[in-house]
Each structure stands twice: as structure tokens, then as C-alpha cells.
Design a protein around this ligand. Sequence first.
Ligand code: 5GP
Length: 181
Amino acid sequence: MFKCVQYSWDDVYKLCKELARKIKNSGFKPDAIVAVARGGWVPARILADFLLIRELYSVKAEHWGIVATVTGKARITQPLMVDLTGKSVLVVDDVADTGETVEIVAQHVREKNAKEVRTAVIDFKHTSKFVPDYYAREMEKWAWIVYPWSIYEDVKDLIVKLNEGGNAEEIARKLEEKFNL
Ligand code: 5GP
């Protein structure tokens, strides 16, 4: 059975606070944060606030297409445009599912000459082969997590997935109507 877990904005904020506490307690003091676009943007911005870090960059990696569908190997589609030589860097994403995305982004940042690279995610699923340095929550049984920044996108994708052959544009239009977007 396909299982979904949904978070509110408040849940995400609390989980990021927990994550920031773990990072601080470990003694790691990053100079910069690299967010994995797009899922890592919101948690990275919240963590930058809790950790008082002004250097916030982004790398886009793609692995999952439509909800719960892997599209092959994780790959970087928008590389880092800054030099991180000698810096301690925290790579942030929303979730490690297979763990490939956060792992390749951490490797990409290492190749930019960072002094030290650590990884943080809100959710660490036990399906992940890669264990991030920090996570707020562990998920033993696999479920798709719906974060508050992509509810409509995920609902539309889910409807398309469940009604194979469904017209994505028509479904998006109906959702817009229903939720007054
Ligand atoms: P991985 O490479 O670890 O398999 O997947 C990581 C990326 O896939 C995340 O950045 C996220 O965008 C997407 N992803 C994987 N699992 C989930 C999930 O349960 N919920 C959401 N919203 N995105 C997911």
C-alpha cells in the first residue's frame, strides 16, 4: 500500500530547530550552507537563521520525477558557482530516501575544495544507503513525505500517478479551481 505522511509548516519549523540543536551540540560550525534544490531550500534557509549563517548557496540535483518515481541515477543539473576553498560546509536537503542525492552533492562540494563537508536532512529513511551526519527524524517504514512547500505539486502528481494516463494540466487546473490558487 502507498503510504503518505504530511507535515505542516509548524512541524517543519520544529524539526529544523531540532536539527540545528543537533548540529550545534556536535560542535560543527559551518561557514556556509549549500541547499539541494529544490527540496532543501526551505530547511536550508531556516537552518541558516538558527545557525546565524549568511552564506547560503544552491545546487540542483535531480533524482525523483513525479511523486515516488525515481528517474534513474541522481545527477547534478545546476552546479555550484562559488569557490568554497578552505570552508566548512553543511549540505542540506529535505530527505534522504535512497541517499544518492545528498551523497553526490556532498561529493560535488568536496570537489570545490571545501575543508570539511557534512550533511543534514530533516528525514532519514532507512531505505537510504547513505547516512547523513545529521537528521531530525528517522523513518523505519517507507512512506512518501508531503512537505508544506509542495502540497499542490505532490497532490497533482499523485492524482496523475494513480490515474495513469491522466491529463496533468487538466488536473492542475481543477486543483487551482478547488483550492482557489
Ligand atoms: P534520494 O536521492 O535520497 O533518493 O532522494 C532525494 C530527493 O528526492 C529529495 O531531494 C527529494 O526532492 C526527493 N524525495 C525523495 N523522497 C521524497 C519524499 O518522501 N517526499 C518528497 N517530497 N520528496 C522526496
